[in-house]
Design a protein around this ligand. Structure first.
Ligand code: NAP
Length: 307
């Protein structure tokens, strides 16, 4: 029986690991499909306090990981397949084996959403992606596009201008929802060409099955057109990673875990932190803050069980 299992190694999970490890709870931390979480797919993080020059996302995660290990966190690769609450403790099935824990902190984050167009899944890695940091350098001196109008879309579009000959920013409206600084930076970049009020309706591919363009529809006039480009970077938000917990833990209508009284879920001893529960702030620093809160909530809950 573990004291605490933490699911996820993004900012929330790693901060929960630092705090629970420092409380001598020797947490077991499960690293899932994307160890390090979303920060591993960003470049410079300019808004994390304490780094006036900015910090590389993956570097920040490596430092948090080292800090968590230093105080006694144990890391293990594993995907949670099932979840059962047994009143006084929780059971989770990880890669086929059941593990038992007194407290569980769910910090499994959120995954990128895609457009749900025909053949999209098979084109991921062949000209459709959600990660400019990972794939941008493959598209040097060719046109690409970014879909979306938020901070991610503007950040990715600006980043991609380092490589691509041109970056179309395709947005379904004519106003960006991104913060002013990100939007201004994208708008001022001569390599970025906005395509307003438009949606991609199909991916066009060449004989090798690689993207060579997209079909577009203007959402105001209905006019259809096509753009020649080599890669579509989808930046339209995220889905919370709650699959094993659905139907057992309370979620909102979009599937985000509901927190009450701090980071507590509807089940005793089960806590939620970061993007799996937060669809409002979704920042590295707020995820870290929630990881800290969940660790403190779990530690107090464990102390209550023993008294
Ligand atoms: P977001 O703010 O939710 O923006 C998603 C964008 O995608 C919106 O412009 C939305 O259009 C569009 N969209 C949604 N579904 C679509 C669909 N099916 N087809 C076409 N377009 C679609 O997501 P985000 O940009 O990933 O940002 C998430 C959070 O992370 C925000 O809080 C943001 O501030 C933060 N963030 C911060 C930084 C940074 O500070 N460095 C970087 C990245 C993200 P509408 O505008 O019409 O709804």
């Amino acid at each position: 029986m573990e004291n605490v299992i933490i699911v996820g190694t993004g900012c929330a999970g790693l901060t929960a690991a630092i705090y629970t490890a420092r409380a001598n709870l020797a947490p077991l931390v499960l690293e899932g499909r994307q160890p390090g979480g979303q920060l591993t797919t960003t470049t410079a993080v300019e808004n994390f306090p304490g780094f006036p020059e900015g910090v590389d996302g993956p570097d920040l995660i490596i430092r948090m990981h080292q800090q968590a290990e230093k105080f006694g966190s144990r890391f293990q690769y594993g995907i949670v397949e099932e979840f059962e609450h047994a009143g006084t403790h929780t059971r989770i099935k990880v890669d086929g084996a059941w593990r038992e824990t007194k407290a569980l902190i769910i910090a499994s984050g959120a995954s990128p959403r895609y457009l749900e167009l025909d053949r999209e899944k098979e084109l991921i890695g062949h000209g459709v992606t959600s990660c400019a940091t990972c794939d941008g350098a493959f598209y040097r001196n060719v046109p690409v596009c970014v879909v979306g109008g938020g901070d991610s879309a503007c950040e990715e579009a600006t980043f991609l201008t380092r490589f691509a000959s041109k970056v179309y920013l395709i947005h379904r409206r004519d106003t960006l929802r991104a913060s002013k600084i990100m939007a201004d930076r994208a708008r001022a970049n001569p390599k970025i060409e906005p395509v307003w009020n438009s949606a991609i309706t199909a991916y066009l591919t060449d004989e090798a099955g690689e993207v060579r363009g997209v079909k577009l529809k203007n959402l105001i006039t209905g006019a259809e057109s096509a753009l020649d480009l080599k890669c579509v970077f989808v930046a339209i938000g995220h889905e919370p990673n709650t699959a094993p917990f659905r139907g057992k833990l309370d979620t909102d209508e979009n599937g985000y875990l509901i927190q009450k009284n701090g980071t507590r879920t509807n089940l005793s001893g089960v806590f939620a932190a970061g993007d799996v529960a937060d669809h409002v702030y979704r920042q590295a620093i707020t995820a870290a803050g929630q990881g800290c809160a969940a660790a403190i909530d779990a530690e107090r809950w464990l102390a209550e069980q023993e008294s």
